[in-house]
Design a protein around this ligand. Sequence first.
Ligand code: HEC
Length: 709
Amino acid sequence: MISILAITLVLVGAAGCRSKSNSAATAQESATPANVDASRLINADQQPGNWMSYGRTYSEQRFSPLKQINDQNVGQLALAWYVDLDTRRGQEGTPIVVDGVMYFTTAWSKVFAVKAATGEKLWSYDPKVPPEWAVNACCDVVNRGVAVWEGKVFVGTLDGRLVALDAASGRPVWEILTIDAHFPYTITGAPRVVKGKVLIGNGGAEYGVRGYISAYDAASGKMVWRFYTIPGDPSQPYESPVLEKAAKTWTGPPRKLASGGTVWDSVSYDPDLDLVYFGVGNGTPWDRHARSPQGGDNLFLSSVVALKADTGEYVWHYQETPGDAWDFDSAESIVLADLTINQSPRKVLLHAPKNGFFYVLDRATGELISAKPYTAVSWATGIDLKTGRPNENPQARYEVGKGAPVAPGPPGGHSWHSMSFSPHTRLVYLPVQETGFLYKSDEHFQKKAIGYNVGIDFVAGGMPQQPEVKKAILGTIKGHLSAWDPIQQREIWRVDRQSPVNGGLLSTAGNLVFQGTAQGNLEAYRADNGQKLWSADAQSGIVAAPITYTANGEQYVAVLAGWGGVFPLAAGEAALSSGRAQNVSRLLAFKLNSKASLPSLPPFTPPQLNPPKSIATAATIHRGETLFQPLCSPCHGDVAVGGGVLPDLRYSGSLDNDQWFEIVLKGQLKQAGMVSFDKDLSHDDAAAIRAYVVFRANQSLPQPASAPK
Ligand code: HEC
């Protein structure tokens, strides 16, 4: 999935909406809540007041035909209501709205139903995810949303369950475990429902799980099909004929460690072709030498795959990063559109995966139509349109003892933060990330009991502490909102962002584009030219995507605010310097000429560093660093700088007492999601990690002014 343990110097080389004019689509306000079926979803454009699926339509365009709020009056948009949430972990969800009711999820896979006009609570559901399971989540205990179908609300839980709730009461109707709980799988993605089947994948590629997507009968919870994305245990028969072919693209001794390819976010559907599309994640270990020693493409890692909706049978695939070694997931939003390219109408699939190229594929066949970099890319100079393969930069393949600075880095040029396509402007609105990383093989790589198993030397990739070098690197880590023309494959306008990680996108027929920012604003731009028209203070960094809907005839724009996800957990100083210090998780809803306001924030007093003296030897500190970087930095930040969501250990009260060992080795805080690491760490190891944190805390103290000469 995603990780940003550290970021270092980078050398940079460089449809139309589906609408069917039949009568089945008349709005069916019904007594049964969430009474959504195939006809309503396929004809979603006839009910633009609802937002019935993750990307609004099966095409996942996140474009709304609503235009009551538009480029003329958006200045009058104001807070209508808000709901305070009970967690300060990341909020990544896209709410669903059906017939006046909004369903949304928050961190820890909790589900809420509220009245869409007022935010008044109808019910809530807590799946009671065991807090210890959080250690299996690379990227925070987030959840991206529910799906609805025929009176039920479906949620995938962090610990791998799929739960069907009664949409009227929120009570569970059925619940199944979608994973083998001996393995560190997590579910953070939203389910989608296609032809009465609930589609759900999972995450966990950093920890060595094998990816798949499954379909469950929406009524009963019975599994209908499952598609594995990579070959499994070589001593067992292949689960599908195509996996036998895929196995030939993996090399070396029988794979003990090799895995990955999780399906953790995007799924879209074309009802005419009856194809389901999804994106496949990176491999584990990231280092291909450790995964597939004699090379190979390693299908279906980092690919887009098309399956038959009824059976899960393979139809086509397109691999975007053959033999991935850089954590280049292809799990990012898959948008379907109908475009005219070279005078011919084409049914296309638009995709901007982490590897930095924007792909246009023919979605009937998987044929590559075009590909161009949408951000700084150094691992390949381009994509060969004849072979469909990247022209790789040989220097990007790192080894033991030979690091390679590569752009994009593990956060990707674009991650799960959804993009949007407007059939009016024919532009894709893309939240672009500008990142890089020094990749280097971990010389002493061996599988750990818990935590990352990616085979990368994270000490080499950690943020250097020389002030000028650090400043220069931080200056390169940023982002922008790009309005991208997928036909010409070029940027039409952009808005620069201070941070790489910002919210997902919404575009509307009111010639508007909405995006939340890391700094805590929700903003609106003119869709055709990028002129800034409106901004509201959300009091907290936003990573989720806004939606729009109507209730009682009025148009609303709603978004989940709440800073979190992988970037603030893992990215250390890059996150600290770009996010907002305070973090208030809320659901916010806006409408024209409204009068609500948020309570003012209490004044923020930054904590003071007060570490014990650093007395450990350089060797101990170094050992602590080699343990801290892969094991602790995914949650406590690169080189022990917390990004503002989980504790910054430099400030810990346990740096000079034995509570440190109670927490790290005995699980004293496991109820809060901090497990014991005693399977991987001895008492000495834990002491060395602490010595490293103490060293870093002292290194971070304000330097005394130099004495006058
Ligand atoms: C999967 C995420 C995760 C990982 C990985 C992780 N921690 Fe934590 N840690 C947490 C959470 C969550 C808390 C906060 C618990 C709370 O709210 O009290 C925490 C709290 C702590 C605390 C107490 C903080 C304080 O302010 O005193 C210490 C000490 C700590 N962790 C050490 C470590 C060490 C050492 C490692 C690596 C061996 C590590 N953690 C790895 C999630 C993690």
